[in-house]
Write a protein that binds this ligand. Structure first.
Ligand code: AMP
Ligand code: ZN
Length: 108
């Protein structure tokens, strides 16, 4: 049982910003910035460590900039937490798109 596989299955137009053949884009349920979107491949992939789907990763990265533009942000951060020490809590690959405020570097 994987919460993001469930989310992908039950995805409907009320919660999904983009429903692509390969991924969905939704708002994070617990946002850490004014804009906090998740791009979630429809196929179950545990993390970036298990990922070899270059086509889907490439599509997500290229579409992120289009969504950012639509939301009028030209400065944003893309995060892929990979593994527990990096803060990954859901073991289904996902890309965070964070924007709408300034971010510290290096991250905590
Ligand atoms: P990570 O810590 O990188 O694994 O990110 C998991 C993210 O998924 C967190 O930011 C959660 O707030 C978010 N999240 C968990 N469940 C849901 C859900 N049902 N809908 C939207 N976002 C979720
Ligand atoms: Zn999954």
């Amino acid at each position: 049982m994987c919460i993001f596989c469930d989310l992908v299955k039950s995805a409907d137009s009320s919660s999904v910003l983009v429903n692509d053949d390969a991924y969905v884009c939704v708002r994070d349920i617990n946002p850490v910035s004014p804009i906090h979107l998740l791009f979630i491949p429809k196929k179950h992939i545990g993390s970036l460590n298990e990922c070899s789907d270059e086509e889907t990763v490439g599509k997500i990265m290229c579409d992120m900039k289009k969504i950012a533009k639509k939301m009028n942000i030209d400065s944003y951060r893309v995060v892929v937490n990979t593994g527990k020490d990096a803060g990954q809590t859901v073991e289904h690959l996902h890309f965070h798109l964070l924007g709408g405020r300034t971010f510290d570097w290096p991250p905590g």
